[in-house]
Design a protein around this ligand. Sequence first.
Ligand SMILES: Cc1cc2nc3c(=O)[nH]c(=O)nc-3n(C[C@H](O)[C@H](O)[C@H](O)COP(=O)(O)OP(=O)(O)OC[C@H]3O[C@@H](n4cnc5c(N)ncnc54)[C@H](O)[C@@H]3O)c2cc1C
Length: 469
Amino acid sequence: MSDKQYDLVVIGGGPGGYVAAIRAAQLGMKTACVEGRGALGGTCLNVGCIPSKALLQSSEKYADASRHFAEHGIKVEGLGLDLAAMMARKDKVVKELTGGIEFLFKKNKVDYVKGWGSIPAAGSVKVKLVGGGEETLSAKRILIATGSESTPLPGVATDEKQIVTSTGALALDKVPGKMVVIGAGVIGLEMGSVWSRLGAEVTVVEFLDRILPTMDAEIGKQTQRILGKQGLKFKLATKVTGAKNGKNGVTLTLEPSAGGAAEELKTDVVLVAIGRRPYTEGLGLKELGVAMNNRGFVQVDENFESSVKGIYAIGDCIPGPMLAHKAEEDGVVAAERMTGQKSHIDYNLVPGVVYTWPEVAGVGKTEEQLKEAGVDYKVGKFPFTANSRARSVGDTDGVVKVLADKRSDRVLGVHIIGPLAGDILAECVTVMEFGGTAEDIARTCHAHPSMGESVKEAALAVDGRAIHI
Ligand SMILES: Cc1cc2nc3c(=O)[nH]c(=O)nc-3n(C[C@H](O)[C@H](O)[C@H](O)COP(=O)(O)OP(=O)(O)OC[C@H]3O[C@@H](n4cnc5c(N)ncnc54)[C@H](O)[C@@H]3O)c2cc1C
């Protein structure tokens, strides 16, 4: 007989798992959440979204003080960097937020079981407790929310000192003279920006011939140009085939992606940021017969139930955008569907944000996707150089691009590079959730002066009637 009986046991306390556990408890399910890392919040709070944003903010303030204060008439003398203090602040932010989730668990009566879970059979979760010993939980339903891990690059073994994953890149104890970032995706560009702003000479090596491959190509090009002006160097269409650690750094071997002569690149630190892969190790899914796709993601139906009845999965370990807010929505929808509600998430409307400065943000279809699907569309664009708030703040790099259906005017995609792009994108996501049109955005009164006025103007531009350009 199992020790404890639950309606739902969630394995993994990341944004998917902890949100699902809280929502399930709100809906009256007796719920436990099993987490092995010793803190709640998963990758996102511990070694992902939150620490990276803390360092992006600190490094941005440093870069502002060293490069931009003068243009505002502010003189700074004796500017210096205390990296240990910057890291301590980041750690404090993480600790406060992960502790906050423990409080939310108590408030909602979710049992937090500290240990690594496995599923010996449907209906049962065995936990290897962090403090020693084992506990077995009996569960009507089990929700797998075990997230993801960095994808390794063959020939470039990480040691989290000289050759690091994002986790190591969040905790370097000194600013490297030179840093090579392998992979021009979101994590590579964010962490590359952090260390570049703090003084490292950063080169980003990317296999493809463009950066941010999942985002709108035009916006990607602008991003590369703007980050290039900030000092990041890019080596595109290049693959890294090997790495040699030495006393004085790392020597990487590079080749053109299409084949050709190899070259060497010497650096102090290498960040491997070529993507993330689902993490389901130790759960016993193979033995249970849980169906996975060819990339190791758990396959689920519209209720987030796997091929084994009573076992569900959400977040980074199932297909879909590997983002914290998507994992959270998965968690809410999964819990609600367990109680018979017909909740729904549309993965086409999951916004993606890169927290460089300026930020890059997008939702819906890119122009390339619309072309490929043969959709007739209209484009409206508005540059931040023509936005009065952007000019008064001094952040004029970037553009808003609205893509709308040619006949119905329905908004199909919005892509922004610019100040606070992630925040100003939110109104577009709402409009798209309601099936709204460019005209709907254009007719909406936006505060003046605000960055959001660029969204309104881009929506007006869809119909060729932007006012301020
Ligand atoms: C550097 C970095 C920056 C990022 N920035 C952003 C961002 O700005 N915005 C954004 O939306 N996304 C960001 N992400 C992605 C985001 O972190 C993930 O999409 C999100 O954390 C996925 O949530 P999840 O709940 O599915 O999994 P995770 O957050 O990975 O949580 C899974 C948890 O399960 C635990 N676990 C695994 N196996 C077991 C087991 N057997 N027993 C018990 N516990 C287990 C793990 O310890 C982990 O805590 C970033 C990621 C990284 C690495």
